[in-house]
Ligand binder design. Sequence first.
Ligand SMILES: [Zn+2]
Length: 238
Amino acid sequence: MVVGVAVTFAALTTAAVACSWWVPRRALFEIGLGCWPLWRVPGGVALTFDDGPDPRFTPKLLDALRAFHTTVTFFVSTSLAVRHPSIVRRAHAEGHAIGCHAMTHTPLAFRSRETLHRQVSDAVRGLEDVLGDSVSLFRPPYGIRSPGLHRILRSEGLRPVYWSVMAFDWRVRSSKAIAERVLRGARPGAIVLLHDGGGDRSATVEAVPVVLDTLRGGGIPCVRLNGGERRDEFAMPA
Ligand SMILES: [Zn+2]
């Protein structure tokens, strides 16, 4: 029993060391495995908003972003984009980057080929129809990835995007706390995960002007992701 536990422990330790040192993390990431990477984006902080559009919150958020002449990146669920196309078109027309956040909000690790086709290929086509433009960014729901998912993303020419800073705005109900969490991690290069849909996002919408004002005061620009960055710059494991 003790020997068994020791052998298992040794095997897990070896695997963990191999994961972090011997096998390039970049290569592991490319096939949808490996340690959680940190992300960098050149030129500033990239705010990203998931799970919308939501007619209660997204238009207010767009108003705030417009007031600050700031563009961000939205990862939208295609099923919601089809239901509220005018909001997504407005975001696109106002210069924000639009990425796909699958058809519905379901985990995409180790799913059937049919499910991946619907959640990735069909979702991207549907979003492109709404926008009248091509889509090149994809963020899997919950950030959950697998080799099968990354294979289909590669074959579709989609760039997987995760994040380096979480504000936990799905469970924090205070706009002050959300703004503080964002600002704590918002160094140049950060990709910040926020939400404009999937629940009551009024605190997030309230936090955004505070965040933008503070970043501006600190001379840190907000940048949108556009998929055109060099791969190394865009998806660099730390
Ligand atoms: Zn999501």
